[in-house]
Design a protein around this ligand. Structure first.
Ligand SMILES: Cc1cc2nc3c(=O)[nH]c(=O)nc-3n(C[C@H](O)[C@H](O)[C@H](O)COP(=O)(O)OP(=O)(O)OC[C@H]3O[C@@H](n4cnc5c(N)ncnc54)[C@H](O)[C@@H]3O)c2cc1C
Ligand SMILES: *[C@@H]1O[C@H](CO)[C@@H](O)[C@H](O)[C@H]1NC(C)=O
Ligand SMILES: *[C@@H]1O[C@H](CO)[C@@H](O)[C@H](O)[C@H]1NC(C)=O
Ligand SMILES: *[C@@H]1O[C@H](CO)[C@@H](O)[C@H](O)[C@H]1NC(C)=O
Ligand SMILES: *[C@@H]1O[C@H](CO)[C@@H](O)[C@H](O)[C@H]1NC(C)=O
Ligand SMILES: *[C@@H]1O[C@H](CO)[C@@H](O)[C@H](O)[C@H]1NC(C)=O
Ligand SMILES: *[C@@H]1O[C@H](CO)[C@@H](O)[C@H](O)[C@H]1NC(C)=O
Ligand SMILES: *[C@@H]1O[C@H](CO)[C@@H](O)[C@H](O)[C@H]1NC(C)=O
Ligand SMILES: *[C@@H]1O[C@H](CO)[C@@H](O)[C@H](O)[C@H]1NC(C)=O
Ligand SMILES: *[C@@H]1O[C@H](CO)[C@@H](O)[C@H](O)[C@H]1NC(C)=O
Ligand SMILES: *[C@@H]1O[C@H](CO)[C@@H](O)[C@H](O)[C@H]1NC(C)=O
Ligand SMILES: *[C@@H]1O[C@H](CO)[C@@H](O)[C@H](O)[C@H]1NC(C)=O
Length: 591
């Protein structure tokens, strides 16, 4: 085994010195069919030749998809469907819309057809760290691009890539609870030891069975892999920090094939990078040891809504009302509230629907906490312009019931209608600004590319005290913006032209977002960062936005743990050294 690794490493250094582009099937050095078969044998037959699911929708089913076209068509907007497949991703525009089913956003049979396009060529259906080690060392030695797919949920398509070998972690699903796990640096704690292919529905159920919770996503189908490495927020992150702040240990397979256990006493720099330094960059994580917390006894939820009163045309009042709401958020969070919601703009101002959640709290307490929020919005309601209401709170008898309720608000997949842009806003950007100023920034950020169109502002109460109070020993490379942040705020507004090739459509949407929304954010919150997993990956200030002051240190670790630059992802650390052309699928060094 170690002999193979050394040979592989020597070869890769040679390749690195020569090539300016990753190897593709049109290169002479691309492995032969017999080479791939030999790899497959070494991997115990777990190598899959990519078969795009929607191939069955095209004449002759060119890739022999085993799924019927009608099943693919009806499932295309379900995140869980893409998560169940080796190759498929939620936002296929980032894979060049290679093989879409009819009816999918961006489908154009004349233009597209069914190709591997931006999808990987071969996929390892991984079941062990040793097998991943063999596969990645083999690919790195041949200068082949490697990608990692867990669920394929990624909003920037980072779990797909052209001419690549993909490591599919879906089958790494072990989950084990340990009540007295020995912490590497001393002490014990209740943990869950989980395979990185698990999703948050599975982990939440296993933890709840032991009276515990982990810092999960809001949606049960989200995976652990990229979520944690990017930060990872959910219903409990404003209480206990992000998911990345709650990892005791990770097992990582580096692209040279080393299997490293990283924690606070060994490979400390690697666990630091895994704790929020960006997904899919430093190696393939096979297992996490997750810290757990006591499960909340009850959860109470209430929705606050704001709109224009019937017959009122005081559209400006709605913007002032939204500003008052934004201003109130840090105080609400300091009082223990969390939640998420969204504002929708149109030519008639803006409406708001916000779900607040409180743990171990009575319905009366929640109502009392929301009363001053309602009052502050109504203070902007001259001549009764605004209709503000707080619905009767709903009490969930257990956290699990609450988590099931959250699933009904699940986000869909396959919708490539626009890019998003976002910031993690702090008290300085919210409570400390005047209503007048906040209103201005909200209008600037919530612009729409389509004339007369609207945009959405998603408001996530996921930072605050939870992220501020994480102890130093658990803090990794997570964007420091989270330590002073309160609200992760996402704006939609750009439109993607579905009639032109994805490369051009993404470039055009990126240009509008940069000129309009990124400029507006920089004016509103010049020092704020953004959440790498839900952001505009094309922002010109991406290094600052996603990594802050940690960028240079992460860049050194990227070279240390992936010396062959086998793992490239959009707006990943050191990605500026590469140019990924979606039209050709080629990944080439920029210099
Ligand atoms: C329906 C839906 C709901 C969401 N809800 C939330 C939410 O509540 N909170 C939140 O914070 N975010 C949420 N997100 C965004 C989410 O954080 C990102 O989609 C994230 O990329 C998901 O990680 P994944 O591993 O599931 O996805 P994937 O697309 O499989 O992977 C994402 C990235 O991580 C890398 N990666 C995956 N696994 C590994 C691994 N084992 N080792 C190394 N690299 C790996 C991939 O290469 C890729 O770069 C949601 C997204 C969707 C589509
Ligand atoms: C790998 O081997 C398995 C088992 O023999 C086989 O089913 C599979 O098709 C092979 N994969 C490829 C890419 O040839
Ligand atoms: C699809 O199946 C047919 C018949 O078994 C076979 O000839 C063809 O090579 C297969 N195509 C692919 C891309 O696997
Ligand atoms: C990407 O799609 C465009 C058309 O939209 C096509 O011309 C191009 O060949 C595709 N690229 C790959 C790698 O399939
Ligand atoms: C992947 O491997 C798992 C475990 O061996 C197996 O159950 C599953 O069917 C495989 N999936 C595919 C698509 O090959
Ligand atoms: C809720 O109450 C339980 C039981 O007292 C406690 O263990 C837990 O820490 C509390 N959770 C929160 C978020 O306050
Ligand atoms: C006010 O909002 C509530 C809840 O959204 C709605 O039921 C009601 O019709 C609205 N009333 C007016 C006058 O707009
Ligand atoms: C709205 O205007 C209509 C027509 O003038 C009137 O009949 C109705 O009572 C008004 N509604 C409210 C809530 O003021
Ligand atoms: C509404 O606000 C806009 C932008 O600040 C301003 O230009 C406009 O005059 C206001 N309209 C009214 C009716 O006050
Ligand atoms: C907000 O303003 C207050 C009063 O001017 C000031 O003391 C405080 O430092 C400011 N806080 C932030 C986070 O900017
Ligand atoms: C499909 O692509 C062709 C070629 O670029 C383009 O002319 C046509 O408008 C597209 N059709 C749709 C419905 O987007
Ligand atoms: C991508 O490659 C195509 C084909 O070589 C070329 O025309 C296009 O300019 C390239 N796009 C970018 C953004 O480099």
């Amino acid at each position: 085994m170690s002999g193979i690794l050394i040979a592989a490493f020597t070869l890769s250094v040679g390749a690195l010195a020569r090539a300016s582009c990753k190897v593709t099937p049109s290169d002479a050095s691309w492995p032969t069919t017999a080479d791939w078969q030999a790899l497959n044998d070494t991997l115990g037959g777990s190598l899959i030749a990519t078969r795009p699911a929607a191939s069955s929708c095209y004449p002759g089913n060119p890739f022999n998809s085993s799924l019927s076209c009608s099943l693919v068509e009806t499932s295309w907007t379900l995140s869980a469907f893409h998560a169940s497949l080796p190759e498929s991703i939620d936002y296929p525009i980032f894979a060049n819309d290679s093989c879409l089913p009819p009816g999918a956003s961006g489908y154009n049979e004349t233009l597209l057809g069914c190709h591997l396009g931006g999808l990987p060529i071969f996929i390892v259906n991984a079941t062990s760290a040793a097998q991943i080690s063999t596969a990645v060392a083999w690919a790195s030695a041949r200068d082949i691009r490697i990608i990692v797919k867990g669920t394929g949920h990624d909003l920037s398509g980072r779990s797909a890539g052209a001419h690549a070998l993909s490591i599919w972690t879906h089958s790494l699903k072990s989950i084990k609870y340990e009540s007295q796990w020995q912490l590497p640096a001393g002490g014990v704690d209740d943990v869950l030891i989980v395979g990185s292919g698990s999703n948050w529905g599975e982990v939440t159920a296993a933890a709840a069975a032991e009276g515990r919770v982990c810092i999960s996503a809001q949606d049960s189908t989200v995976g652990l892999g990229g979520f944690i490495q990017g930060g990872g927020y959910g219903p409990l992150s404003s209480h206990y920090g992000l998911s990345a702040d709650n990892i005791y240990q990770a097992t990582v397979v580096t692209t040279s094939g080393e299997i490293l256990v990283a924690n606070n006493v060994q490979n400390q720099d690697l666990i630091w990078a895994i704790r929020g330094g960006g997904p899919g960059l430093y190696g393939v994580v096979t297992e996490y040891v997750l810290r757990s917390h006591p499960i909340p006894e009850t959860v109470v939820a209430a929705t606050l809504s704001m709109g224009l009163s019937t017959n009122s045309t005081s559209y400006n009042a709605t913007w002032a009302g939204l500003a008052a709401f934004m201003k109130s958020l840090p105080d609400s969070m300091d009082q223990g509230l969390t939640g998420s919601g969204n504002a929708v703009s149109s030519t008639m101002g803006v409406t708001l629907s916000m779900d607040y959640f409180g743990y171990n709290m009575t319905a009366e307490s929640l109502t009392a906490l929301l009363e001053p929020v309602r009052a502050s919005i109504l203070a902007q309601s001259q001549h009764d312009a605004l209709n503000v209401s707080v619905a009767e709170p709903v009490l969930y008898p257990s956290y699990v019931d609450f988590f099931y309720y959250l699933q009904s608000t699940s986000v869909g997949a396959g919708d490539a209608t626009g890019l998003i842009s976002s910031r993690v806003l702090g008290r300085t950007d919210l409570s400390n600004l005047s209503i007048c100023r906040l209103q201005y920034h909200l209008r600037q950020v919530m612009q729409a590319e389509t004339e007369g169109g609207g945009s959405r502002l998603l408001v996530n109460l996921q930072s605050g005290r939870g992220t501020a109070q994480v102890e130093t020993s658990m803090r990794g490379a997570l964007n420091p913006a989270w330590r002073t942040g309160y609200v992760h705020t996402i704006a939609t507004g750009s439109s993607i032209d579905l009639t032109i090739p994805p490369q051009d459509a993404l470039s055009a949407a990126a240009a509008w977002t940069e000129e309009v929304q990124e400029v507006a954010w920089r004016e509103w919150a010049p020092t704020a960062g953004a959440y790498i997993n839900e952001a505009n990956p094309y922002s010109s200030s991406w290094k600052h936005d996603f990594y802050g002051e940690n960028y240079d240190a992460l860049s050194e670790l990227k070279s240390k743990y992936d010396p062959t630059s086998s793992l490239y992802v959009l707006s990943g650390v050191d990605s500026d050294g590469w140019d990924y052309n979606l039209t050709t699928g080629n990944l080439c060094r920029t210099a």
